[in-house]
Design a protein around this ligand. Structure first.
Ligand code: TRP
Length: 369
């Protein structure tokens, strides 16, 4: 096997990710045409993120659909490590969780890991990460989850619900295992080493099978959970993975909170979006207009097109029009960027309004203490 030129771990995503190779390396399953048809059948409709391969891989999704077919309940769980502001890459699994709640009427749990990010980030205090957790929760709630079927969990606040399960899990993960999974070294603090058991505990917050929509970088935690599950008499969590949202600059890695120029944040104004997209969004266009008109642009590497495809343009017909116009050369990069800016400003304007409205009602979504 050649050396990998990309890295995908919960704390580091670098290089141009080859998703076929990642599936092989992680040992997950691609969502193939048959599985796609099965989900769509069970849900009664499709979702553009499934259709377009934004969700591309899974573990045991079939077992969740079996449970559903047999009218046995399942629930959904996802989460966020509060290390900074929310960007649109974070919203991908949350938007999908909302769709699962709408289509299947399920409970959704949202874990905010203020402990994890305190352990992982040298310059953040626990007060910082706890504050960020509340801010990030607003973005989650703003997506319109049903308050009766949704619980937000903040690790340091709700730890008594998690700790008894985390202890069960932790007893079955040894140091060599977690070191091999995450690449820990002698300098790694012991909070990080224990942390996987806290993220695993949420899988057992209800006595039913769980489906977890997640960025594929989070898979390693649940690989460990799945190994432990039979040892503690619990079902293995089922996972559905989304690809990483590329940074504005394109070419490798992921959109990251730590580089403001790489990301579109949920709180960005239309002017900020326009400035960032115009200045940084990697273009699949040709070096000059004449050549672009003649040869057309490449939407597959164009970040503006990719953001429309992955997030901002759910309408297949409208997306196809953009693709055709850009590839044929009739649409220039500037025009494509304008479409993205317009769609993103519209989406985020509405989001920001719901986000502010969520502030007063946030406690209604919190798990009881
Ligand atoms: N560790 C995740 C992060 O850094 C947060 C998280 C906790 C999570 N539980 C999860 C993400 C379940 C996806 C699914 O963002």
């Amino acid at each position: 096997m050649p050396d990998d030129d990309f890295v995908v771990t919960p704390w580091r995503v670098e290089g141009q990710i080859d998703y076929d190779r990642l599936i092989e390396k992680f040992g997950t399953r691609r969502i193939d045409a048959a599985m796609l048809a099965r989900i769509e059948g069970a849900a009664g409709e499709g979702h553009f993120m499934l259709r377009r391969g934004v969700f591309f891989s899974h573990r045991d999704l079939g077992s969740i659909l079996d449970a559903h077919a047999a009218r046995r309940p399942f629930f959904v769980y996802t989460g966020r490590g509060p290390s900074g502001s929310t960007h649109i890459g974070h919203l991908v699994p949350w938007v999908f969780a909302k769709w699962l709640q709408d289509r299947f009427g399920v409970m959704v749990y949202f874990q905010l890991t203020d402990d994890e990010k305190f352990f992982a980030k040298r310059d953040l205090t626990l007060d910082d990460t706890h504050g960020l957790a509340r801010e990030n929760a607003l973005d989650f709630v703003a997506l319109g989850f049903d308050p009766k079927r949704t619980r937000v969990v903040i690790d340091t606040r709700h730890i008594r619900h998690l700790y008894p399960i985390a202890a069960q899990v932790a007893k079955h993960i040894n140091f060599s295992n977690t070191r091999a999974t995450f690449g820990f070294g002698g300098e790694t603090n012991i909070g990080m080493i224990f942390y996987t058991s806290i993220q695993s505990a949420m899988c057992y917050i209800e006595d039913a099978p769980v489906l977890i929509p997640l960025g594929v970088d989070q898979d390693p935690h649940f690989r460990l959970t799945r190994d432990v599950a039979p040892l503690i008499g619990r079902p293995k969590p089922a996972l559905i993975h989304n690809v990483m949202m590329p940074p504005l600059q394109g070419a490798g890695g992921k959109m990251g909170s730590s580089d403001p120029n790489s990301a579109i944040f949920t709180t960005d104004t239309p002017a900020e979006i326009r400035k960032k997209v115009n200045k940084y969004a990697f273009s699949g266009g040709r070096p000059d207009v004449a050549e672009h008109r003649r040869l057309g642009g490449n939407p597959d590497v164009d970040v503006s097109y990719q953001y429309l495809r992955m997030f901002f343009e759910p309408d297949d017909a409208r997306l196809a029009e953009v693709r055709e116009a850009y590839s044929s050369g009739s649409m220039l990069t500037g025009e494509l960027k304008s479409i993205l800016v317009e769609r993103a400003s519209e989406y985020l304007g509405a989001h920001q309004q719901r986000r502010e409205e969520a502030r007063g009602g946030l406690d209604g979504y919190m798990m009881a203490e």
